[in-house]
Design a protein around this ligand. Structure first.
Ligand SMILES: Cc1cc2nc3c(=O)[nH]c(=O)nc-3n(C[C@H](O)[C@H](O)[C@H](O)COP(=O)(O)OP(=O)(O)OC[C@H]3O[C@@H](n4cnc5c(N)ncnc54)[C@H](O)[C@@H]3O)c2cc1C
Length: 465
């Protein structure tokens, strides 16, 4: 009989690891997902004939990145649409890179500095990148240019990649991710929505003879003699297994599903003190007809986003969102909207004030709409409905205080300082989530963790310890 693995959670990390273990290692995989959705923050669902995604997504390197690698390994295929180089919209003007920086009035010497920065990043070795993880991105940028417009753009990029402030972003991890994007030039959106990815992974599990269960929360990970031996489901059913792979966040896994009594105190404190990435407020706007042929827009209200961030941190909701990431999903994938209609997303960074979200939701929604109105002045005439989702929505589904990514990729939580895929207290227990990925952006960080779990088990001959 094949060894058996129970996977807790169907996010990119869980469904990706489950598919790899089932298809490549021949394990008997049972996956349990607590919600009705498959895919965690990558899940998609329908509303009034429109397809919505839980997050708002561009996948860094699509088929050329870690998600593509898993799909290839497990023999599943999905189609991708390129987002192409985004349109930058600052104030009331549109810009297209690479011309944008000079059109924004960045002085020639700062532009040269910027070009040098990108050239240096492309030439860096792995050792250079690891060393650079000790330097924050703001300081690193300052070696090449002091221009505040460039700094504002980089602050936006740090927010979009990692959902952390510029001065907490490790320059090495930023450089790693930038380099991957620049080499692959394949940022894209999956046809069928982001949910098409975890659905393909789950299909691979089932084709290999495994099982995927929704609405089945795991209550405990069972530990006997220091080994994970299965899980208890919410109705008390016990499912025994040779391996347990947890895609639940690392805090919940260690502190609740396993229990701190199985670890040494230093590790438990480390896990407790891990900080989440920041949160986002997103709106989905359904339109009665197409109003643009843009695919992907990056919006900056002005170059004061750093000052704005401090005000937002103190609890103010801006009248207009200082920045927005706007994928026009039905221009990327026409199946996202009924014929003749359009759907677009807009997401902005917001402070994780879950307690106040109820009273500020309407203001955040309006702030996002005001940003969109600057880009598309005729927006209001064509709105069918707007669905707003703050961090409280993400928190209600997946916990983690509604943050965007998982454990934040900050200076003190990157590289070897991230929690690992191998559980240090319980044998045969693995962590496959964005929290334990080493490199990458969002879903690709989770896929990185899934690949590492697979490679680790393959090296062990898929035999339990
Ligand atoms: C608004 C927003 C925008 C984003 N934009 C992007 C983007 O553009 N590009 C990008 O790549 N990423 C983006 N992300 C981030 C990305 O979605 C996440 O980093 C990634 O999907 C996390 O994957 P994961 O596998 O770690 O976990 P999750 O997606 O959190 O999945 C974990 C799963 O485990 C389940 N689970 C937890 N506990 C249990 C239990 N006890 N029993 C059973 N099941 C359990 C949960 O229900 C969930 O389904 C965005 C996220 C948000 C919210």
């Amino acid at each position: 009989m094949s060894p058996k693995a129970v996977v807790v959670g169907s996010g990119i990390g869980g469904s990706g690891a489950g598919a790899l273990l089932a298809v490549r290692l021949g394990l008997e995989v049972e996956l349990y997902e607590k919600t009705h959705l498959l895919g965690g923050r990558y899940a998609s669902y329908e509303r009034d004939g429109f397809r919505l995604d839980v997050g708002c997504h561009a996948v860094g390197s699509s088929e050329k990145g870690p998600i593509g690698k898993i799909l290839e390994e497990v023999g599943e295929r999905i189609d991708w649409v390129r987002t192409k180089s985004p349109v930058y919209f600052v104030g009331d003007r549109r810009y297209r890179f690479p011309r944008a920086a000079s059109e924004m009035g960045v002085p020639a010497q700062d532009l040269e500095g910027l070009m040098r920065l990108f050239a240096d990043v492309m030439a860096m070795t792995e050792a250079d990148l690891a060393e650079l993880d000790r330097t924050d991105l703001r300081r690193f940028l300052g070696r090449y240019t002091q221009d505040r417009r460039v700094e504002a753009l980089f602050a936006f990029l740090a927010g979009m990649y990692f959902c952390v402030p510029l001065e907490e972003t490790p320059a090495g991890e930023w450089a790693f991710c930038h380099r991957e994007l620049a080499r692959n030039l394949s940022t894209g959106y999956p046809v069928g929505g982001t949910g098409a990815i975890p659905e393909a992974f789950c299909r691979a599990i089932e084709k290999a003879g495994g099982a995927v269960h929704r609405r089945r929360p795991v209550r405990r990970i069972l530990v006997e003699n220091g080994r994970a031996v299965g899980v208890t489901l919410d109705d008390g059913t016990v499912r025994r297994a040779d391996f347990v792979v947890s895609n639940a966040d690392v805090k919940t896994t260690v502190l609740d599903l396993v229990g701190p009594e199985h670890y040494d105190g230093v590790y438990v404190e480390r896990i407790r003190s891990l900080r989440w990435a920041h949160c986002a407020f997103t709106i989905r706007v359904a339109l009665d007809r197409p109003i643009t042929d843009d695919r992907f827009v990056v919006y900056l209200r002005d170059f004061d986003i750093l000052e704005d961030r401090d005000r937002i941190r103190k609890g103010c909701v801006p009248e207009t969102a200082p920045s927005l990431m706007v994928p026009i999903l039905s221009n990327l994938d026409p199946t996202a909207a009924p014929e003749g209609k359009q759907i677009l997303y807009a997401g902005t960074g917001c402070w994780p004030d879950l307690a106040r979200m109820g009273e500020t939701r309407a203001q955040w929604k309006e702030a996002c709409l005001n940003g969109l109105r600057r880009i598309y002045p005729n927006l209001d005439r064509h709105i069918l409905w707007v669905k707003a989702a703050g961090p409280d929505y993400i928190d209600s589904l997946f916990g983690e205080e509604g943050n965007v990514i998982g454990v934040a990729q900050t200076l003190d939580q990157v590289g070897s300082s991230r929690p690992g895929i191998v559980d240090p207290g319980v044998r045969n227990l693995y962590h496959a989530s964005a929290d334990t990925g080493v490199h990458g952006i969002g879903g690709e960080l989770a896929a990185d963790a899934a690949l590492r779990v697979y490679e680790h088990l393959r090296a062990l001959g898929a035999r339990p310890a």
